[in-house]
Design a protein around this ligand. Structure first.
Ligand SMILES: C[S@@+](CC[C@H](N)C(=O)[O-])C[C@H]1O[C@@H](n2cnc3c(N)ncnc32)[C@H](O)[C@@H]1O
Ligand code: SF4
Length: 348
């Protein structure tokens, strides 16, 4: 396959704002078995929607090769996402190869959890360290509303339990909070997972893509949520686990675990963003809110050498200046809405 030497401790290039390349999020599948209205509203992603053909997606061999070239540029952490990554056949095989790459320190997965019970044990056996499961509510009707008409809270819970049993740790839950939709169910979610070791993290509803009809009124800020949670279970801020951690951590005063807040709308964290994102068809994006990316699949398939592609990645990162979340207020006031990449396409 590849003859690249992925330097185990290669330090990444720094972008124009001094941020060092460190993490790579790989979307392994553009399709999804849900239609969450905030991500893939079913009016747009209907049965005739043209998803990628299998041959258009990066093959496992291509993903491994390009990952090595990212590692040679300083990447140490990999997160597999989608779409729904567990829809990608034989995902565990890919994970097995990624976890054994020289220089890769951590491989994680974000999933909607609906297929997790089936795959948890094999994922663990393949070397996966940990898993993040998206679960917006325990209320079956609200769940159906937020997944685009699908039921399955019980299945997701079974998936989380199977992951716990398999030893995937820590398990984190991502909950996107929308005012008037699921914010009244947040305390129930915490109650269910407090004292289980599972960490629930609340994500401010974001204006990713152009299709989710985002409005600021629907955003429940982390501060507001924290005030509500504090009234029931007092919690205090805890130190970040590592520099650039996306979620702000809070531990319960009674010692029964922790929760997290991802406040990309109210408190943008662009300044510490060290993440590159690769779409299922191999386009590299340097921001979740990017307007365009650079195709890596073409050079991969055109016989470019490892050195050439590694240098291409480096040059893209060196030129990076994205800080969309910090600029959001000004940009939204703009008369011409910018075209952004959809979340399902590059993952969260
Ligand atoms: C795009 S999904 C892909 C992986 C998998 N299908 C899942 O749902 O976990 C990754 C994460 O992005 C989150 N997400 C999607 N659209 C969002 C939005 N508009 N605002 C905030 N988070 C969003 C999801 O809740 C999920 O936790
Ligand atoms: S958030 Fe995840 S589960 Fe929901 S539509 Fe997007 S990719 Fe699918």
């Amino acid at each position: 396959m590849s003859d690249v030497i992925a330097l185990p401790n290669a330090s990444g290039p720094r972008d124009t704002l001094g941020r060092q390349l460190h993490d790579l999020r790989i979307s392994v599948m553009d399709r999804c078995n849900f239609r969450c209205p905030y991500c893939m509203p079913k009016e747009q992603f209907h049965e005739h929607y043209k998803f990628l053909k299998p041959v258009e997606r990066l093959s496992f061999e291509e993903i491994i090769r390009v990952t090595q070239l990212f590692v040679a540029n300083g990447v140490k952490k990999i997160r597999l996402t989608g779409g729904e990554p567990l829809l990608r056949p034989n995902l565990s095989e890919l994970i097995g190869e990624l976890t054994s790459l020289n220089g890769v320190e951590d491989v994680a997965l974000t999933t909607n959890g609906i297929l997790l019970a089936k795959h948890a044990a094999e994922l663990k056996a393949s070397g996966l360290n940990r898993v993040t499961v998206s679960l917006d509510t325990l209320d079956p009707d609200v769940f159906a509303q937020m997944s685009g008409g699908f039921r399955g809270v019980e299945q997701v819970i079974e998936g989380i339990e199977a992951a716990l049993l398999a030893g995937l740790s820590p398990i984190k839950i991502n909950c996107v909070v929308q005012r008037g939709v699921n914010d009244h169910t947040v305390l129930d979610l915490i109650e269910r997972f407090r004292d289980t070791g599972v960490i629930v993290r609340f994500i401010e509803y974001m204006d990713v893509g152009n299709r989710n009809h985002w409005s600021r009124e629907r955003v429940v800020t982390s501060q507001e949520l924290l005030t509500r949670i504090n009234e029931r279970w007092p919690a205090r801020a805890a130190q970040e686990n590592y520099h650039g951690e996306v979620a702000e951590r809070y531990v319960f005063e009674d010692g029964k675990g922790e929760i997290g807040f991802i406040s990309s709308v109210s408190e943008p964290f662009c300044g510490s963003c060290t993440r590159a994102r690769l779409s299922s068809e191999g386009v590299l994006y340097t921001c979740l809110f990017a307007t365009e990316g650079v195709d890596l699949r073409a050079p991969l398939r055109a016989g470019k050498t490892d050195d050439e592609i590694r240098d291409l990645i480096r040059s893209i990162w060196l030129a990076r200046g994205d800080r969309y979340s910090e600029l959001r207020a000004g940009l939204r006031a703009n008369e011409h809405p910018i075209k952004k990449i959809e979340m399902y396409y590059i993952g969260g």
